[in-house]
Design a protein around this ligand. Sequence first.
Ligand code: PHE
Length: 450
Amino acid sequence: MKRLASSDQGMWRRQITFLLASSGSAIGLGNIWKFPYIAGENGGGAFILMYMLCILLVGVPIYMAETVIGHETRRNPVSAMSILAKQANCSQRWRWVGGIACLTGIIVLSYFTVVAGWGLHYLVSAFEGAFQNESSLAMRSTFIDLLSDPVAMLRYQTLFLMAVMLVVAMGVRAGLGVAGHVLVPLMLLALGLLIAYSHSLGDMTAAFDFMFSFNVDALNWNSFLVALGHAFFSLSIGMGAMMAYGAYMPKRTSIPAMVFTVASIDVLFAMFAGLAIFPIVFANGLAAGEGPGLMFISLPVAFGNMLYGNFMGALFFALVVLAALSSAVALLEPAVAWLNERRGLPRPLAVLLLGAFVWLLSLMSMFSFNALNHVKVVSDLTIFEALDVLSANILLPGVGLALAFFIAWRMDLRKFAERPFFGLWIWLLRYVTAPAVLLILLSTLMQHVV
Ligand code: PHE
């Protein structure tokens, strides 16, 4: 199999750039906002253990598959699949998998930027001292007020989206690569400070009990679905992002080592985010099972009642915005690379067109909290919720399954035979990863469609 020398988009010169950019994409709202509350809702320690198994047995093999596809072909996800399908004498329809992956990234970006916009709004509010001595009731109505005001949401979402577009327009080296080098260390610093703060003023013991107590009773089939879906989302797989980043990876890089390192960083970051958040939530006598409102209701109340709360609250929401930014660029990049390589659009123009499309699509999510909140799609879900379910539970596993199937059963694997961990990887893809994903997909479809 002939390997193309370099991507049309340019390449990263050093492995560390790949590592930082990929970690930046993995660490996002999923780690800071979603993981702590789903771990809380699904029984803490036992759920965390199950989540790690999902990461290892399903997430890492598919992550490797995506990276290998990008690295071998050095092309955008659509062309990459097309090249590999041709080499394997398979139908050109396989390139649709790449296309659906890019499209999924765009759909996810449309609601991801809405949540990131809330984060930006809260960052400004924290600086202005808006959390100071607020009660839970007041904070809840602040959040509801924001959700009922599309103009306020739109302002911050647009600002955030423009930052994303700017980074992607600057290209692979000066945009995505530099963003990784700048944002990831900043995120680690902010998280470190927040943990130190939580440690000294919060209730660490209660947080540990909550996160690591082994409550097997709380586990059920649904928690398995949640864990697996989140493993996809958190590792940024199923959206073409890792195919795109794999295409920019320097030549001599050990893919298993890189993938394993990024997955470990991602899991650790999520756990440490829990250890930054829960101690102060508990120290203020607030509930952890608040669900999605944990970050936008309980946490601001907790900060508002603590020493240096305004500053630390602002630092927390700054972390949220930075993490969201380094993730969002990875959602936009695959489709930009595709428009650029296949359709010949200059990168800035591709960014502008796709950005405008994302912006329009995000209006639906924003209005689903107010003017359109009576519009229910399937199973009584609002548009925002339906987009989340459609992407996280159907499109991501669907793309993941197709890729696992392609690599394990269709691709010409002879040239990989000598590589370390290869046998284990293919075995996992065939007998563990693909069946597990198929199961989750069928179960979700039955739940929402049938
Ligand atoms: N992994 C990111 C998170 O945890 C989300 C994401 C998915 C980012 C896909 C890029 C690509 O929030």
